[in-house]
Design a protein around this ligand. Structure first.
Ligand code: FAD
Length: 303
């Protein structure tokens, strides 16, 4: 058995009752199935546990990384020093707090939130049903699909700072823009969010969700590990169209490739490393730049 690091020893001594894993492979927690060991991965079950974790990690001079479902993260091959806090299936629960208003904890998947809303005749989250991340990740990213985004329905968000203090931020204060929120610039962890939804027949909502899932299944390589769209939509075009025009469909670096089914997706064909994926994204971005003068920026968060 390998010896514990100084950080692992200290954090487990300070938080003996918390669920902690040492050298936990990031590949088990990312949809790319890529990434080396996290020195410590923590799974806080309540906001109080999360606050204690944050205070302890500040005490140990460590800035933790926050992980939702890992569906938009490329984690490094060499692993991550310090602490990764995983919130998927941890901060759990959702409830209707007043007519049309749904409160959802950050660790709930967007699919579950959408189904919960649909069953209660609440419309607005249909677009989020096929996005495989958590509500926390969706808020952070201002996730969107098929003409709708989280900011259309998120009324307010409860955010925790690095010392465990929480406050509510309005939609305006969240500074949402395309695949971006203020959390990316100023930090803060999503604890929960209130969604303002509209009344509609459950059957109509479910029919729309089914239609959107059908579109995804028909066009996206859902049988291979990916992190969704590899690049943000650039001004003046669509990433997938530019990549396809550049003859880059199927282009490969090691085990990483541009999907044959959808040129906007980078996929892990098996055994891809983070370095393969990083190089693939760089080469594709450079080639598209040379051919079109449009620079593609990754939508994937490269850790
Ligand atoms: C097959 C597939 C299809 C996809 N389709 C879409 C799509 O249609 N539209 C779309 O927008 N995205 C799509 N994605 C990408 C991804 O699902 C979304 O970006 C999603 O919102 C990420 O959520 P997550 O919980 O997985 O976040 P993660 O990938 O775990 O994290 C993403 C970022 O959010 C931060 N974060 C996560 N949780 C929190 C929190 N509670 N508080 C603060 N920061 C946090 C992380 O630190 C990280 O920087 C797709 C991905 C896949 C694999």
């Amino acid at each position: 058995m390998t010896e514990l690091t100084d950080f692992q020893r200290k954090i487990s001594a300070l938080l003996p009752d918390l669920e902690l894993c040492f050298q936990e492979p990031m590949s088990r927690h990312t949809s790319f199935r890529i990434g080396g060991g996290a020195e410590v991965m923590a799974f806080p079950k309540t906001r109080e546990e999360l606050a204690r974790l944050l205070k302890t990690s500040a005490l140990l001079d460590c800035k933790p990384a926050i992980l939702g479902a890992g569906t938009n993260v490329l984690a490094p091959d060499e692993g991550i020093r310090g602490l990764v806090i995983c919130l998927k299936d941890c901060l759990e629960g959702m409830e209707i707090i007043s007519p049309g208003r749904l409160r959802v904890m950050a660790g709930v998947t967007m699919a579950r939130a959408a189904v919960f809303a649909a069953n209660r005749g609440l419309s607005g989250l249909e677009f989020a049903h096929g996005i495989p991340g958590t509500v926390g990740g969706g808020i952070y990213m201002n996730a969107g699909a098929y003409g709708s985004e989280i900011r259309d329905v998120a009324e307010q968000v409860e955010v925790m700072d690095a010392l465990g203090n929480t406050r509510w931020l309005s939609r305006e204060e969240m500074g949402f823009s395309y695949r971006h929120s203020r959390l990316e610039d100023r930090g803060g962890i999503v604890i929960c969010a209130d969604f303002q939804l509209t009344a509609r027949e459950p059957e109509e909502i479910k029919a729309r969700m089914k239609e959107l899932i059908g579109k995804r299944t028909a066009s996206q390589p859902l049988d291979l590990p990916s992190a969704g769209s590899a690049f943000k939509r650039p001004h003046g075009g669509y990433a997938a169209a530019l990549i396809e025009q550049g003859g880059l469909k199927g282009f490969r670096v090691g085990g990483a490739a541009i999907s044959e089914k959808h040129a906007g997706f980078a996929v892990n064909l098996g055994g891809a490393t983070a370095e393969d994926m990083r190089q693939l994204l760089q080469i594709v971005s450079d080639r598209v730049w040379e051919q079109s003068g449009i620079r593609l920026e990754p939508e994937i968060r490269i850790w």
